[in-house]
Design a binder for this molecule. Structure first.
Ligand SMILES: C[S@@+](CC[C@H](N)C(=O)[O-])C[C@H]1O[C@@H](n2cnc3c(N)ncnc32)[C@H](O)[C@@H]1O
Length: 456
């Protein structure tokens, strides 16, 4: 096989990144935008020792699972690489992908329950985060997602996985920012002011927060103040759904999206969202699940599990965010300790607790590892909901010591879940079940809830 060679193949399945996997003379070939059962004419674009990468030249015979994507930019944007595959087939892929990932690390066949979905595979994403760029020497502001595995921006005007009003708001920000001479970020030169546009929409009532990430440090300099205040006033006047505009200061030369400091420019810094019958105050910079309808199903699932198996247990809610688990589960637990690093999230959690006059939830502002090092208590149940990278072994060892009965591990990354699960199972824990939730339709991502028993 050589670079540029044209080959004909039949796609067997998708790999864990959602690329089509085919074999040509027993050599593995990965193909972008492919669908299981497609017969394709492809061109080899990259050749490695154990596999090749190819692009589609012609679909010789399309798979019966192919559908027309709603988004015309689907092939260039890194967002929704599964949009051309029927939704049921996407769900089947996710189940098998998680099972294969677990098998590759645990060397054991584990059944993953078919993904639970809200049924909405479009207009489901209520948190939008677009990087902003301007090209060198140009004033035009571009905003959208990066092409896969690059920092090349795709300027997006319409994205079908988010509420349609978000497209209008982002276009308005781009146009008005240009008129006000607010420059877009230039990554190479680390210059320009507007770095990210972040929108948070309430699924409950349609209220919206705008958070503009600026390439500058706190406090806001007079040279930008007038323009940013003008942009904020225009936004609030044009869209009645926008309840507040804030800025976040981030002048670091890293890929980290948000800096430490925020400043409210107009309106309020929170909107209300609902989970399992409880209302939460959320802001642009606090964590909240991007797909509230599917999140509601996941929270109900966990609540039902605890209620069916335990009577008023004690709960450790690690990586708590706005203490969504802690607060939702406070009715069926005797006491809850929620631990979270982000100060804005801790503040919002405390406001919700006060609003409901909840007496049995303590929210601790701390690194979970530091907290657990000093913790003298034990808990019946621990909920672990870490960021994508998962937990480290020192932390998991302590969790095993301070949890009496069950760990419920919530994960958006099957690879780190499998690695952490391996450590827990090798140290005496027993896996009860893994249930997938399709929190991110049309993408290869999936959320999983693993129930792990520690009872002898
Ligand atoms: C996946 S989110 C889960 C939030 C929450 N459980 C929910 O469902 O809304 C992970 C959270 O962990 C927090 N976090 C990350 N590293 C942390 C650490 N070392 N200690 C405490 N919290 C941390 C993040 O700020 C974020 O809020």
């Amino acid at each position: 096989m050589e670079l540029g060679q044209i080959i004909n193949v039949e796609v067997q399945k998708l790999n864990s990144e959602g690329l089509g996997l085919a074999k040509f003379n027993d050599f593995v070939v990965f193909i972008k935008d492919a669908c299981p059962d497609d017969v394709l004419k492809c061109k080899i674009t990259d050749l490695k020792k154990n596999y090749a990468v190819a692009e589609i030249v012609e679909i010789v015979s399309p798979s019966k699972f192919r559908v027309t994507p709603k988004c015309k930019l689907q092939k260039v944007c890194g967002g929704c690489s599964l949009q051309h595959i029927s939704y049921n087939e996407q769900l089947k892929f996710k189940k098998v992908m998680v099972e294969d990932t677990l098998y590759s690390i645990l060397k054991e066949k584990i059944e993953v329950k078919f993904p639970i979905t809200s049924g909405d595979n479009y207009n489901y994403r209520y948190k939008i985060q677009y990087p902003v760029r301007s090209k060198k020497g140009q004033t035009r502001i571009l905003a959208g997602y990066f092409k896969p595995a690059s920092h090349e921006l795709v300027n997006i005007k319409y994205c079908p996985i988010q509420p349609t009003i978000c497209d209008d708001i982002i276009e308005f920000i781009k146009t008005e920012a240009e008129k006000l001479s607010i420059s877009g970020y230039e990554e190479q030169a680390h210059s320009g002011i507007l770095r990210q546009i972040l929108l948070r929409v309430s699924e409950l009532n349609g209220d919206i927060l705008v958070l503009l990430v600026l390439n500058t440090s706190y406090p806001l300099d007079d040279i930008y103040k007038t323009e940013i205040e003008a942009l904020s006033s225009l936004l609030m006047a044009k869209f009645s759904q926008i309840k507040g505009v804030s800025i976040n200061f981030n002048n670091s030369k890293t890929n980290v999206i948000l800096g430490e400091q925020n400043q409210l420019i107009s309106g309020q810094n929170y909107i209300i969202e609902k989970l399992c019958g409880k209302e939460f105050k959320i802001s642009g910079e606090t964590f909240f699940q991007v797909n509230p309808k599917c999140a509601d199903l996941m929270f109900k699932y966990i609540k039902d599990y605890i209620q069916s198996n335990y009577s008023m247990p004690t709960l450790f809610d690690a990586y708590a965010g706005i203490a969504a688990f802690g607060i939702v589960l406070s009715d069926i637990c005797s006491s809850v300790t929620s631990v979270e690093l982000n100060k804005s999230s801790v503040l919002k959690a405390q406001e919700t607790i006060k609003m409901y006059d909840i007496k049995n939830v303590e929210v601790v502002a701390s690194d979970t590892l530091k907290y657990i090092d000093k913790c003298k208590k034990t808990f019946d149940i621990t909920i672990l909901d870490p960021p994508r990278k998962g937990c480290d072994e020192a932390f998991l060892s302590k969790v095993l010591k301070l949890t009496n009965k069950t760990i419920i591990y919530v994960s958006c990354n099957p690879k780190s879940l499998a690695r952490d699960l391996k450590f827990l199972l090798n140290n005496g824990a027993k896996l009860i079940s893994i249930q997938s939730f399709d929190m991110f339709p049309n993408t290869p991502h999936v959320e999983n809830v693993a129930v792990i028993s520690l009872q002898k």
